[in-house]
Write a new protein. Structure first.
Length: 471
């Protein structure tokens, strides 16, 4: 009987939240009995299978305020969904309330001021489409269907970060609904502590409803290097790539992948799926002779399998990886920041890559420095300005029967690579929620205590506490 009473009281509480929201929101309210429930709770990572009690699909800031007020009254577990692309799946929660911003997708570009205001449900592809009409860009990620919100709040590594900085470095202001239901315009001048925290401090400070970005001259055509090298030369290519990164100009952001040959029609079909080394780099300026010269060292690391370098539309570049990381596949990613890539670290990466659980899994090394490092360590909550590299171990697979093997491989490789780490982990590649909770010190470094003080100041009752623990 007590169990039945508990179930009945839980159901009544869920119905009360849903009913209150239906009475006040313009957007859709989705509960467990709604025909679109399963679609609404799904996110990009197919490994995530959480079942919220209520999903509030907000149509605007007023809906967000109403949902936050209902959450204050009923005290459910709360999560916030923007693009729904974050690896750890923090956009959805079990048995709680999802504040879903995915229908808030307005973008306004001011080309004269070189700014863009974008709502929190916008993806990078949608933002790029609008800014590139004017030959402008905000530095985004590497997959166009990634939401601007989660990537930016966690810092925002991307293809042009050495030239223009992280995504969060281009943020000029944010509109935020805090736990008290207030709507705040947050900037260096207004609520500067919250502005500091929102740039790299992850989630759990409030609900960001829109971002104002400063834009940079880039595109619509950009020069990019993309070279596939034979896997048998992997160690020598990695060493040569490392040496190139030490002298590369800030206009180039080199990266290297241990992966498999993609099914690109420009590559002979008999090579598709074979292990290879992929070297890439984007020139953060006009295409032309200067760009070709800056990218040339990345194309001369050994005998290539294929050289797909050239000039492409920026929007095409930003969406080129979308099909390689499809919706619904299972993903698990963990990363380290490092100051250097030693010969021993390279050999260790290759040893773990030899045990890759699926062809879709990969190891990625991205190069920081440049504009990322020029921002002061304490100027934003992003704590890893001095790192030269981010090393990410990314499992990807289809079959749920491979869950333990795929996750185990990534965790074990990450554990082994920890001895080469500078002691930092990227919040957006920190594993699942439980991994990220255990790693708060490594994710936020010397900024952890300041972030907790700010969270407490703006959310003293812990309304967004679960979101903060699931970065």
């Amino acid at each position: 009987m007590p169990h039945e009473q508990t179930n009945a009281s839980t159901a009544a509480a869920e119905q009360a939240i849903a009913g209150q929201l239906r009475d006040s929101l313009r957007g859709e309210v989705i509960d467990r009995g709604h025909p679109g429930y399963d679609e609404a709770r799904a996110v990009w990572n197919g490994l995530i299978d959480r079942r919220p009690a209520v999903i509030a699909r907000c149509r605007g800031t007023a809906d967000v305020v109403g949902t936050v007020r209902a959450a204050r009254e009923h005290r459910p577990v709360v999560s916030v969904r923007g693009g729904g692309h974050q690896v750890a799946g923090s956009a959805v929660c079990d048995d709680g309330l999802v504040i879903d911003l995915s229908r808030m997708r307005g973008v306004h570009v001011d080309p004269a001021a070189r700014t863009a205001r974008a709502q929190a449900g916008v993806t990078w592809g949608e933002l790029d489409s609008e800014t590139q009409l004017h030959g402008l860009a905000a530095p985004g990620g590497e997959i166009s269907v990634t939401g601007i919100a989660g990537l930016t709040l966690g810092g925002g590594l991307g293809f042009v970060m050495r030239t223009f900085g992280l995504s969060c470095d281009s943020v000029r202001s944010l509109e935020v609904v805090t736990a008290d239901g207030a709507v705040r315009t947050v900037s260096r001048e207004e609520d500067p502590e919250l502005f500091w925290a929102m740039r790299g401090g992850g989630r759990g400070m409030g609900v960001v409803t829109s971002f104002e970005f400063g834009l940079h001259r880039l595109g619509p055509q950009v020069a990019a290097a993309l070279v596939l090298y034979p896997y048998e030369h992997a160690e020598s290519v990695l060493r040569a790539w490392r040496d190139v990164t030490c002298t590369a100009p800030e206009t180039v952001t080199p990266e290297i992948l241990l992966w498999s040959v993609p099914p690109d029609p420009a590559i002979p079909e008999e090579l598709h799926g074979a292990k290879c080394v992929i070297v890439g780099g984007v020139y953060g300026g006009p295409a032309g002779a200067d760009a070709d010269a800056a990218l040339a060292p990345l194309r001369d690391l050994g005998p290539p399998l294929a050289d797909l370098s050239g000039t492409v539309p920026y929007v095409a570049l930003q969406s080129a990886n979308d099909g390689l990381f499809p919706d619904g596949r299972r993903y698990f990613m963990k990363s380290h920041f490092t100051e250097e890539l030693t010969d021993e670290a390279i050999r260790t990466l290759l040893e773990w890559d030899s045990r890759r659980p699926t062809p879709q899994s990969l190891v990625v090394v991205r190069t920081l420095g440049g504009a990322v490092a020029r921002v002061g360590r304490d100027d934003s909550a992003f704590a890893h300005r001095s790192a030269r590299y981010n090393v990410s171990v990314d499992s990807a697979w289809e079959d749920p029967a491979l869950d333990d093997a795929a996750i185990g491989w990534a965790r074990s490789a990450w554990d082994d690579m920890k001895r080469f780490s500078s002691g930092g982990t990227y919040v957006n590649f920190a594993g699942l929620g439980e991994d990220a909770s255990e790693l708060h010190g490594e994710v936020f470094g010397p900024h952890e205590e300041r972030l907790e003080r700010i969270r407490t100041a703006y959310d003293p009752e812990g309304l967004f506490a679960r979101a903060a623990r699931r970065p």
